[in-house]
Design a protein around this ligand. Structure first.
Ligand SMILES: Nc1nc2c(ncn2[C@@H]2O[C@H](COP(=O)(O)OP(=O)(O)OP(=O)(O)O)[C@@H](O)[C@H]2O)c(=O)[nH]1
Ligand SMILES: [Mg+2]
Length: 260
């Protein structure tokens, strides 16, 4: 168990979920560390690995010899991306959390922008978005663009103020999930937080999403079913259990705001 004192030791925890990322882990860790050092952010880097059989863990242990801000959680059960992010958020030693993929698809140089919006502009959640002006996906085949845009559209039917609710590049204040009953599954942890978390101010910033170069995609055919189940649970949580008003709140924000 982490002591509460430690939570103030870092300004930000950057969580990297990994499964077989030996071709990317060293590069992403060093890029994050460089960007944060340059911006004066004292960051913890927390790798959450689902017991990868490749060299991901070995490389992290190697880098830990030079970096005392690099930590790793290895999970042995309930394999999954959202479950790993959830575990990482609870293991983090700071109250501001950034999630980023390991495969260099997300630009680490944007981390100081996320951090500033949480810390100084009082946003509760910041989302790196492919679907706002200036954002895009690079090198994606047509079928992937269609599936991703379709899922984004379904996401918008529940939380219309956010265009890219499926983005894995997002940052939160940890307090917004303290009282939420999250049911992490699939690849859309940010959407789970949007549907159930206790947020007031959310913003999207444009990102260019690049296709991975090293390693293989872990996207499974079940992610779409997971997403539909997640949508159903978010509706149940909002309308039957009445534990959140996020769907209605976000529709009201959308209707009464000039920006949407
Ligand atoms: N801990 C953990 N991490 C995972 C799991 N599945 C994927 N990841 C990590 O989550 C991030 C996103 O996974 P990707 O396979 O890149 O998924 P994607 O970006 O939607 O798909 P591509 O564009 O094809 O790469 C990467 O850092 C993966 O290593 C998992 O089951 N457990
Ligand atoms: Mg990827």
């Amino acid at each position: 168990m982490m002591s509460d004192n430690l939570k103030t030791e870092y300004d930000l925890t950057v969580i990297i979920p990994t499964y077989n990322e030996e071709g990317n882990i060293k590069e992403i860790v060093s890029q994050i560390d460089k960007v944060c050092k340059k911006a004066g952010i004292k960051e913890e880097i927390l790798v959450v690995d689902d017991n990868s059989p490749d060299k991901t863990q070995n490389y992290v242990h190697e880098m830990q010899k030079q970096m005392d801000n690099l930590h790793i959680v290895v999970r042995y059960e309930d394999h999954g991306l959202s479950q790993s992010l959830h575990a990482g958020i609870y293991a983090a030693n700071s109250d501001l959390i950034q999630c980023i993929d390991a495969d260099l698809s997300h630009p680490p140089e944007k981390i100081p922008i996320f951090f500033n919006l949480l810390k100084n502009e009082d946003f509760d959640m910041v989302i790196g978005s492919r679907y706002v002006k200036g954002g895009e996906t690079f090198d994606w085949p047509l079928y992937r663009r269609i599936i991703s845009a379709g899922a984004a559209l379904i996401g918008r039917s529940l939380i219309p103020i956010v265009r890219d609710s499926g983005s894995g590049f997002f940052a939160i204040k940890r307090k917004i999930i303290e009282n939420a009953t999250l049911k992490p599954r699939g690849f859309r942890m940010g959407f789970e937080i949007l549907g159930k978390g206790d947020w007031e101010k959310v913003i999207e910033i444009p990102i260019v999403f690049k296709d991975r170069i090293a390693g293989e995609s872990k996207l499974k055919s079940t992610v779409f079913t997971d997403f539909l189940l997640q949508c159903a649970h978010i509706c149940y949580y909002n309308f039957i259990l009445r534990k959140s008003t996020n769907i209605i709140k976000s529709w009201k924000m959308c209707i009464f705001s000039d920006n949407n």
